[in-house]
Design a protein around this ligand. Structure first.
Ligand code: NOJ
Length: 577
């Protein structure tokens, strides 16, 4: 089969961001330097040596811009200043320089689909002032008598302009009496969607992007990119869509045009990386954006593998199947082999903790290090979310009062309104499996009160297991999860085949073992993971493993020849063949 030009380019093109291991920081929960119970920039700077010792090459910093924090910073009220609880621009510059001094790059979050409702643009827009009037999506309501949906907002005889639902639950429209119109918000009501059809909005956003690039950052993680363009005329969605209207607010007709413009006019003039968050996106769609150079995306966070378990469905919560997971992961590895570069992740600030979800809390060290082995040996750029490197787990949220996350609150309220459950207690299991707040509990630095994260009162409940699972307890233990991450990061950085090698899945039907090879020219690595709580035997494949050397094992005495060997529960071994 002829190798396409794109394939040649993707394979040949060595880039720092392909070789990087990225660490994601959620500033609110990482490290509090001033005792107010909320993380801050100076706190991150204090821990830069920790990141350096871990060995990561880049940090992705979740939003630190000025914000009323309705969605922890994904609601920006001023793109050019820092949320004062986190510090100021001087603190940010200090952080950048401390990172750069250690050759760690900084990727900033870029939230351009929406702003905060407190942003000056929206304040002026809601008053209908001049050019701002059309900065957001404003529409007249629809006569209630003509609609087959209901919205508890606005005048009694009106409902929202269409039937779209917000991704956080509830209607995607809110009414503003001052303007006697409704505005669109695909997320929280405090996050109005910008009108990207408006050239002035696009210009304003390009100025923001340039402003940050001029400060010497190394890239952007771009939020909610798939939703930037909406179907013309904002028509009603299929009432069975989840959420309703999704087919009109994902991959709209002008999305490629907007991204191409942003890339051509600003991003492509800098040596930076871009990684776009794209929910509601198939692997094929992701591949087609990535292979189109003009669109300017290096990587995409695509979520097909996050759908492998029961998600928010109370009937199937927590259930998942390894063969299905392997199928999905292999499908994306194969789809991107010649067409693009994957952003590898299992957890982030919107997902539950990976040991609780894909591992076994009872086999904590082994399962956490097995998952780390997976993340750091697949093709793509690995993203480690803060706390994963010590195996942080899901917390127990005993009541809705303990939850901060608007998405969790929105879903629980919607389930109760829809009669799926009568009370929080009935939903506690699903919340404890899926809530975004599991990722947001304070980073566990030590067994001191406040998890060593703060001397004050932490802004969110701490996970009770911090007395056992924390950095201080793991730092000097060579077998700890933390030190397994260090070893694996180092292994990846020193093994070209683990970065650039082709991926091939072995034994796809095995429901305990996940085994694959990574091959680059004559360098071949075999990864064998017993992703289960029972022993398992690797029956082998056509590959000759007689001369294999162990590069990594999460137990001291890994079998020297994997073929026919019995692997202990959660045993992970990486071989050079
Ligand atoms: C995706 C972000 O990751 C999430 O945290 C946020 O709530 C939404 N986009 C809206 O910005």
């Amino acid at each position: 089969m002829a190798v396409s030009e794109t394939a040649k380019r993707v394979r040949a093109d060595r880039q720092w961001w392909k070789e990087a291991v990225v660490y994601q920081i959620y500033p609110k929960s990482f490290f509090d330097s001033d005792g107010d119970g909320i993380g801050d920039l100076a706190g991150i700077t204090e821990q830069v040596d920790y990141l350096d010792a871990l060995g990561v090459d880049a940090v992705w910093l979740c939003p630190v811009y000025d914000s009323p924090q309705a969605d922890n910073g994904y609601d920006i009220s001023d793109y050019r200043s820092i949320f004062d609880t986190y510090g100021d621009l001087a603190d940010w510059e200090r952080l950048l320089s401390e990172l750069h001094d250690r050759d760690i790059r900084l990727v900033m979050d870029l939230v351009v689909n929406h702003t905060s409702s407190e942003h000056e643009w929206f304040q002026r827009s809601r008053r209908g002032e001049g050019e701002y009037a059309d900065y957001y999506h404003w529409r007249d309501g629809r006569p209630a008598a003509e609609a087959d949906y209901d919205t508890d907002d606005g005048p009694a005889d009106e409902v929202a302009p269409n039937n779209w639902e917000s991704i956080f639950g509830g209607p995607a429209w809110s009414y503003v009496p001052e303007r006697e119109q409704w505005y669109l918000h695909l997320f929280d009501e405090n996050q109005p969607d910008l009108n990207w059809r408006n050239l002035t909005v696009r210009r304003a956003m390009k100025d923001v992007v340039s402003w940050w690039l001029d400060r010497g950052i190394d890239g952007f993680r771009m939020d909610a990119v798939s939703h930037m363009s909406k179907t013309d005329g904002l028509p009603d969605g299929d009432p069975d869509g989840t959420p309703t209207g999704i087919e009109h607010f994902s991959h709209g007709p002008r999305l490629e045009e907007y991204l191409t413009e942003l890339s051509a006019d600003v991003l492509s003039n800098h040596d930076i990386t871009t990684v776009a968050e794209m929910g509601h996106t198939s692997i094929e769609q992701a591949a087609s954006y990535l292979e189109d150079d003009a669109v300017g995306l290096d990587m995409i966070f695509q979520f097909s593998h996050m759908g492998v378990d029961g998600g928010w469905d109370p009937e199937t919560v927590g259930e998942w199947d390894l063969t299905e997971f392997k199928r999905i992961m292999s499908e994306r590895q194969d789809a991107l082999a010649d067409r693009g570069w994957d952003a590898l992740f299992l957890g982030n600030h919107d997902q539950p903790r990976i040991v609780s979800r894909f591992g076994d809390e009872a086999a904590h060290r082994e399962s956490a290090s097995l998952i780390a082995t997976f993340l750091l040996t697949m093709r793509g750029t690995p993203y480690i979310y803060q706390g994963e490197e010590i195996g942080m787990t899901n917390a127990d949220f005993e009541s809705l009062d303990e939850i901060d996350d608007p998405q969790t609150v929105g879903r629980v309220e919607q389930y109760i309104a829809d009669g799926v459950a009568d009370s929080y207690e009935e939903l506690r299991e699903v919340v404890n499996a899926q809530s975004r707040d599991h990722a947001r509990t304070p980073m566990q630095w030590s067994d001191e009160a406040g998890t060593g994260f703060t001397d004050g009162e932490p802004w969110l409940k701490c996970n009770a297991d911090y007395t056992e699972i924390n950095v201080a307890a793991q730092r000097d233990d060579p077998a700890s999860v933390l030190n397994q991450y260090r070893t694996l990061i180092d292994l990846r950085q020193s093994t070209d085949a683990l970065v650039y090698g082709d991926y091939e899945l072995l034994t796809p039907e095995d429901d305990q073992l996940y085994a694959y090879t990574r091959t680059l020219d004559d360098e071949q690595v075999l990864v064998v993971l017993n992703w289960s709580s029972e022993s398992a035997t690797f029956e082998g494949s056509e590959i000759d493993t007689g001369d294999a050397t162990v590069l990594y094992g999460n137990h001291d005495d890994a079998p020297t020849d994997p073929t026919g060997a019995s692997l202990r529960p959660w045993e992970a071994v990486v071989y050079r063949l």
